[in-house]
Design a binder for this molecule. Sequence first.
Ligand code: G6P
Length: 612
Amino acid sequence: MCGIMGYVGGDGASGIILNGLAKQEYRGYDSAGIALCLNGEIKSAKVVGRVSALARLVDDMPPECMEARSGIGHTRWATHGGVTVTNAHPHESADKMVTLVHNGIIENSKEIKADLTSKGIDFITETDTEAACQLLAHLYRGDALAAMTCLAKSLVGAFALVIMFKDRPGEIWCARKGSPLVVAYSGGASYCASDPTALLEFTHDLFFLDEGEMAELRPDGCRFFCFDGTRREKESIHLSWDSVMSDKGHYEHFMRKEIEEQPDVLRLTIDTHTILTSVSRERDLNLPVGMMKRVNRVQFVACGTSHYATLVARNIMESLDEEIDVSADVASEYRYRGVRGGDDTLAIFVSQSGETADTLAAARLARSKGTHCIAITNVRGSTIDRETEHTLLSMAGPEIGVAATKTFTGQISLLALLVMQLLKDRGTLSASDEARVIGGMRILPSHVHSILERESEIKSLAEKYSDSKGFFFIGRRECVPLAMEAALKLKEIAYLPSEAYAAGEMKHGPIAMLDEHLTVFAFVPDNDLREKTLSNVEECRARSAPIILLANEGDSSARDHANDVLYIPRTERELFPFTGVVALQLFAYHVARTLRRDIDMPRNLAKSVTVE
Ligand code: G6P
């Protein structure tokens, strides 16, 4: 939610900030703005729309603005107040002393506004952010640290704030509570951003602000403080990601590029983490000895696509150990459902970004109950990585497309390996299952490769069905989470009504919706549930719904049940989602492309959801 970029150094700030904003545009893209500090003046430009529109506006600013050596910028995902230029960040205090950008929600903004209004300060926006801006200006008496300390104490809610004071050129101030902010210093300049990918072209050594931390950025370095104003020494974290990884290259969309990277993600994950199953205590994880013998309950917790990844993992765990009590909850429900916890419980939190507010809060709740916790995230240094004692990093590299693709594959492959290690520690993983599933995983990269080679076939299918009124994705057992992820992809990037159902449930209601305009996309891997699923497919066919089947190669009789069949390679039963998802990502991508949707930045969405 919202992308922030700040720079103070010896070069022109505007280009660096616009470039940093463009790299974080997937965080929010309703409106964008920049403020540049120049000769004791702060000049700003704001626009409804994308960073490209802001860049055009910056081109029209007075030429001397290009000389500014410090500035801050923002891309917005609106929470409080409509999408207007006035509500776009940066915001400026009435006395023009403070200019700031914000990511998060100030929950006591109404109270602050009422108080300051009664003191004669005029508010001009509908945002919660303006309250922080006006309050900081009100508190500021020439001592930035003192004013920041008071501000941090007065604000309730979540915030990453990046601030310039008009009378302090060459300084940028930051504060973080609840929303991510990363700081870097390199070669006579300091930077801050919401997302590390925006800083990798300058340095790989990054300072991730902790909860309740502030920073002062200057061209000659950064200083860190607690909210009470005391100095804090901070270690940088080295991020090995390559900045080229977040380039689109020759691809039309990041999403398409990221779909294609999946064989590498699988290979890297399996090569790096097969050690998970070959030793009982993995180095990164360092779980307490004997923990899995004590644990009799495993809880997976996540949001969105990460939740569907945990459903895949839950099914694998159940398939390999019929005794274990395993659940998978969405984080926003886990928090309020009164779930059990303690020393006999292991909770596994999965978050691509490591910053999703609900997942973080759920993990904090579990820790407070004494539950053993493991986090899986794609971002080293993210909040969940720093807050959770045992973290495993997925190996997907930066993902820019808002719709998750390769991070899902990274998560499910890592989760499958983790599940096997945990069951091995528990003494319930049979050697034959271990060999079977690991063996099956090793050939996944080549299977995914062969699906990518069928893109033109998938594209034709997508074009043929893109005028469908909507879609039902149906399947059984391991195919249910796959159906959910497929439906989500189509909603996210094609804006088409799409539902996922356990195939056996169709007749209990949804079948009433079917006619020749609603397409049913059914998954029928060649396994023990094939015939039952095909019976459900026939029930849909009898109601005139066009049918597409996702079936295993060699299943020629699948054609008797469908208008179209998409064939994918055979896998071990538990692994069907690993290959199926790639075909379905490509299908969603080409439907969205046919409908001319904004695939990398779908309307109303943000990649990282840092509000509850
Ligand atoms: C948002 C994104 C989804 C993502 C979900 C969870 O809703 O749009 O693509 O799956 O957040 O994100 P996380 O970073 O926790 O995996």
